[in-house]
Each structure stands twice: as structure tokens, then as C-alpha cells.
Design a protein around this ligand. Structure first.
Ligand code: GLY
Length: 348
């Protein structure tokens, strides 16, 4: 990396043999896009952006600019088809590049279009939310939703590079920032160490570094990669039970507190470690209590639908050797811990 961003930026490598790539993190790293595009030898780019033109960097080659809209409603197969048709009309070849600029929904959808177009064309992600920088844009998962469920159609398609420009975060609403911290908080319990007290760039870099290690060891999500779903079993159930009024990172934060309490109840970790779950989540300004009106029976039913739950109720739980996937957790334990979880007060 060259230029004024080099001093403050961090670079994390995702090691996947010939498909290895760099994640660049810091203020202004978006301006290194032309250097990366030139390095790929691409002669044209299709830039799918959910951000205004002034926040969408010039790729340095003739470009097709396509508008995206962040949000789950935009993650559809028809959006993928629409992008691919525009790529074809523009004459994008398999030697060219797709660039995505936006939140996780945009990097997911443009990433899937890149995975499918000409059976795979290079893609560079510029995630613009904290959630997408620390999780969604790194690791090669791309997907869209069906009416039947989230992320049901997708592909593993690793990007050629990821540019996590922290300047984007200066424009994020406070709630979106807090949500992103939910994914940073869960890193504390999956081997990233204590990230409290680090600068934002260092927190993102440490979260990405841990994700990169996990993805390098288990790209296809057949074992270790489950760790990244720490706090997500209850988190996903809470998102659905609240009709998505809880943001993803907030739901994961409550799920992280619950995972700590469940691990404690099962005798896997001592009470101090259970308390640490609460302290870390609260430190990042995230919720630690269940919403006042969620039904615990509904939460259990939703947790049974979790994609990790192939053999009974399954959670990623902390333990003497760190976090691991634990299957067949007795329902009685879950009922007790859910019932004992503190709840938000109902609105006055
Ligand atoms: N977000 C979880 C994963 O990338 O595996």
C-alpha cells in the first residue's frame, strides 16, 4: 500500500493459497482501489454502490456504475439477475472486476452476482458499515434471501481484496455503530482477546484477524467456522421473534450474554467468566437483557430451526478450552437460563 493512508492503516491477510487476499483497514483506504484494480489487470469495472458518488471511489478504469440499496429487501435473486444483465450489456469480461460499496446486504448481493457472472469474476468489497467491516465482507460468504428464509441461495466466493475504510463509519447512525460492536464484543470470547481500550481501527483489525484465522482453517464452514456464530443461536431467534426491530448486532449481544449464562449453568465456565460476558457486552453500549415481551417458548422453537442444529439444540459455548460447538443441550437447561435472564422494563 502506498500514499498517505499507509501509516495509519492496518493490513490483515486471509490465507487461502492461490486465493489469498488482503483486508486493508483504516481512514482513506478506499483510495487504494485503483492500485488493486490495476494489480488484477482488469480493464473495466462494474461498481455496485449504495453510497453517494462522493463516497464511491474511482476504480481507475472505465466503469459501469450501478445503484444499490442497503437493506435485507434488496437481497434478492432478481437483483442478482439485474446486475448480471447490466454487466453483460456493458461488456464486462471474466478478466474484469466487480466492486461493491455498501453494507453487508450490498456486499452479499454484488458478491453473489460476481460469483455467478461468467462462473466467477473478481470482486473487491468496500464495506461501509461496522458490521460489514468486521464480519460480512470478509470470508467469502455471499447470499440472497428467498421468501422462505434468509441467505438461502448463495455461494462461497472469496473477494480479491477488502477495503474497510473507517472514514465511512463517520457517517453511520449511532444505532448502526452499536450494532457493529455486537460482532466485535463476541470476538472477545472466540479467541481475539480483550479488544476494549483499542482504537476503532485496531478493534476492526483484531476482529478481522481472528475471522481470517478461522476462515483460513475452515473456509467451507464445516467445523471451526461455527465459532463465528458465537451468540448467534439466540441472536437469530431474537431477530425473528422481534420482527427484526432488534438490529443484528444487538440481538447477537443479548445472545452472547445468554451463551455465557448457559455455559455457566452447564458448569463449563466459572461465575467470573459468566460475569465477563455481561461486562464486555455492556462495555460496548450493547443491550444485555431480553426484550420485555418475547416469549421464551417461541425463542426455543426458533432456536431449533438454527442451521447449526442438526442434532438437537446446538450452541457455540465457552469452556475450559475456549469456545466450541456443543450439540444436544438439554431443553431444561435452556428453559432455566432463558427464564432467569433479566428483561427490559415494559414501556411506561
Ligand atoms: N458470519 C459468519 C461467517 O462468515 O461464517
Amino acid at each position: 500500500m502506498t500514499g498517505p493512508t499507509a501509516a495509519t492503516a492496518r493490513t490483515v491477510g486471509v490465507e487461502l493459497g492461490s486465493r489469498s487476499y488482503e483486508v486493508r483497514i483504516g481512514p482513506g483506504v478506499r483510495h487504494t482501489l485503483p492500485e488493486l484494480v490495476a494489480g488484477l489487470g482488469a480493464r473495466r469495472a462494474a461498481v455496485v454502490s449504495a453510497r453517494p458518488a462522493e463516497w464511491t471511489p474511482d476504480p481507475g478504469v472505465p466503469a459501469l456504475h450501478l445503484r444499490a440499496e442497503d437493506g435485507e429487501h434488496g437481497k434478492t435473486l432478481s437483483a442478482v439477475e439485474g446486475y448480471c444483465r447490466r454487466f453483460a450489456a456493458f461488456g464486462l469480461t471474466r478478466a474484469d472486476v466487480v466492486v461493491s460499496v455498501g453494507g453487508g446486504s450490498t456486499t452479499d448481493t454484488a458478491g453473489l452476482a460476481a460469483a455467478l457472472y461468467h462462473r466467477g469474476v473478481a470482486v473487491i468489497h468496500l464495506p461501509t458499515t461496522l458490521l460489514a467491516q468486521v464480519d460480512a465482507s470478509v470470508g467469502g460468504k455471499t447470499a440472497v434471501n428467498l421468501p422462505e428464509g434468509k441467505n438461502l441461495v448463495g455461494a462461497f466466493w472469496q473477494p480479491s481484496a477488502v477495503l474497510c475504510d473507517t472514514d465511512y463509519l463517520t457517517t453511520l447512525p449511532a444505532g448502526e455503530m452499536t450494532s457493529g460492536y455486537g460482532e466485535i464484543a463476541r470476538c472477545h470470547f472466540i479467541g481475539a482477546g480483550d479488544l476494549r481500550g483499542l482504537s476503532l481501527t485496531e478493534q476492526i483489525a483484531a476482529s478481522v484477524r481472528r475471522k481470517a484465522e478461522v476462515v483460513s482453517a475452515d473456509e467451507r464452514d464445516s467445523g471451526l467456522r461455527h465459532l463465528l456464530n458465537y451468540g448467534h443461536t439466540l441472536g437469530h431467534a431474537l431477530e425473528r421473534a422481534t420482527g427484526y426491530s432488534l438490529r443484528h448486532g444487538e440481538a447477537v449481544a443479548i445472545g452472547t450474554v445468554f451463551a455465557g449464562r448457559l455455559a455457566g449453568h452447564l458448569g463449563r465456565i466459572p461465575p467470573e467468566r459468566v460475569a465477563e460476558h455481561h461486562e464486555v457486552v455492556a462495555h460496548y453500549g450493547l443491550p444485555t437483557k431480553l426484550p420485555h415481551d418475547v416469549d421464551t417458548g417461541e425463542l426455543v422453537s426458533l432456536m431449533r430451526l438454527d442451521k447449526k442444529a442438526t442434532t438437537g439444540l446446538t450452541f457455540v459455548l465457552d469452556g475450559p478450552d475456549g469456545a466450541e460447538l456443543v450439540s444436544g443441550v438439554p431443553q431444561a437447561a435452556i428453559d432455566t437460563v432463558l427464564t432467569d435472564m433479566p428483561r427490559e422494563a415494559p414501556p411506561a
